[in-house]
Design a protein around this ligand. Structure first.
Ligand SMILES: NC(=O)c1ccc[n+]([C@@H]2O[C@H](COP(=O)([O-])OP(=O)(O)OC[C@H]3O[C@@H](n4cnc5c(N)ncnc54)[C@H](O)[C@@H]3O)[C@@H](O)[C@H]2O)c1
Length: 393
């Protein structure tokens, strides 16, 4: 494939991992509003925690550039990838897509003919509306399926490549995404679809994952209530190959940046479609957090210790982690909270005390809640409340 000028707007998990890989064979520049991030990238320090990104950054030939000046980033672009946030807006009950619209406006002002590829997750029907709004047909959506902490790996070994365009531009994006994947890539399944289908594939995939998490969580709630061994029940259920023994570890709820917001967005897209399941998947997460919090409140502790705010073991952020919902519920009952989170650098987290000293957490807490268990808690096992049975994410 001919070397291309690729600009990436938003150097977060999605944008930066794509930038790192695409820059191996193309000229890539990142544009981000966050000056600290821009500075780190230019100093060859990864702003996100990801082993593979760190490896790429260490390579002497690696020369990814970043800027906070859209002029510098966009003028010469053949392709502009948009990977800005689409947070859920509680008031409108759907994604806030303003960062994408702002990006498209800037791109069209500065670079008249580039192909715009949206990698941010968007509502179903959004790309078509965007093309009409800006009277610009060369806007394509391609869902991103990476997991945080494995961002580069998941683009090197993608589960599938989906591009929401069946024409020449769609083929070009497919080739670009294949070109960054591992060498033996003829086995990667590629789907060129219309934009609405590509958007639906993303939201239905994440909602299925949320459903699976919720299913094993409700199974676990049932087992706790009736004093059954969850582990035995899950193992017995999952030995049916149609169900499968994976992604079945109970937790305090599904969380992280994507699953909570993507399920709620899909529910909004279902507004005019009769449904029970999609609504239940959204509601199940609230019910699970209520159940967990009530169990802890019923133990009547004076101080509840929180072992990590993170959602997953190897994550470097705690965006929408389920444990935060549990903390809120416990705190509302006047119970004292003490949080241990080495990745958090303030003294207070929403008015709860934070410590970096694990032994202080162990000493001062009557109960310690841990969404994911760690061996470093083994000396206070009698204080631990966790739902982590299999020690997986
Ligand atoms: N994180 C994931 O695991 C994941 C997986 C698949 C899809 N997605 C989707 O990808 C999108 C981005 O997610 P992320 O996790 O990479 O986000 P992120 O918060 O890690 O990164 C977004 C970046 O965009 C920058 N930014 C925000 N507004 C901007 C603007 N107007 N102009 C320039 N830069 C701007 C921010 O400074 C930030 O660096 C979201 O829509 C998300 O749903 C995320």
């Amino acid at each position: 494939m001919k070397k291309k000028n690729v600009s990436i707007i938003g150097a977060g998990y999605v944008g930066l991992s794509l930038a790192a890989l695409i820059s191996i064979k193309n000229n890539v520049i990142c544009y981000d509003k966050d000056l600290e991030k821009v500075d780190k990238i230019n100093r060859k320090i990864s702003p996100i925690k990801d082993d593979e990104i760190n490896e790429i950054f260490k390579n002497a030939e690696f020369s990814l550039k970043a800027t906070a000046d859209p002029n510098l980033a966009l003028k010469e672009a053949d392709i502009v990838i948009v990977a800005t946030p689409t947070d859920y807006n509680i008031e409108t009950s759907e994604f806030d897509t303003s960062s994408i619209e702002e990006s498209v406006q800037t791109i069209l002002t500065l670079s008249k003919n580039s192909l715009i590829l949206i990698k941010s997750t968007v509502p179903i029907g959004y790309t078509e509306k965007l093309r009409k709004k800006f009277k610009y047909p060369r806007i394509i959506f391609s869902p991103e399926f990476l997991r945080e902490g494995r961002a580069v790996y998941d683009n090197l070994y993608p589960s599938r490549i989906v591009v929401g365009n069946k024409g020449v531009d769609g083929e070009m994006i497919k080739s670009l995404l294949l070109s960054i994947a591992h060498q033996n890539n003829e086995k990667i399944k590629c789907y060129l679809t219309d934009s609405g289908e590509a958007e639906a594939i993303k939201l239905f995939s994440n909602t299925f994952l949320a459903m699976r998490v919720s299913y094993f969580n409700e199974l676990d709630s049932f087992c706790e209530k009736f004093n059954l061994n969850s582990k035995s029940v899950i193992e017995g259920v999952c030995s049916d190959f149609r169900i499968g023994n994976y992604y079945n570890n109970p937790s305090f709820g599904y969380g992280g940046y994507c699953l909570p917001k993507d399920t709620q967005q899909l529910l909004k897209n279902f507004e005019e479609v009769p449904n029970n399941l999609i609504k239940a998947i959204v509601d199940a997460n609230t019910t699970r957090k209520d159940f967990i919090a009530n169990n802890i409140i019923n133990m009547k502790p004076d101080t509840v210790g929180v072992y990590r705010l993170l959602m997953k073991k190897n994550s470097d952020n705690y965006r929408s982690s389920a444990i935060q919902g549990v903390i809120k519920r416990i705190k509302a009952k006047g119970i004292n909270i003490l949080i241990y989170e080495p990745e958090y650098h303030e003294d207070l987290f929403f008015n709860s005390e934070v410590t970096k000293d694990l032994s202080e957490l162990k000493e001062r807490s009557d109960v310690i809640i841990a969404n994911r268990y760690s061996k470093e808690l083994s000396d206070v096992k009698n204080k631990i409340y966790t739902k982590d049975i299999f020690n997986t994410d």
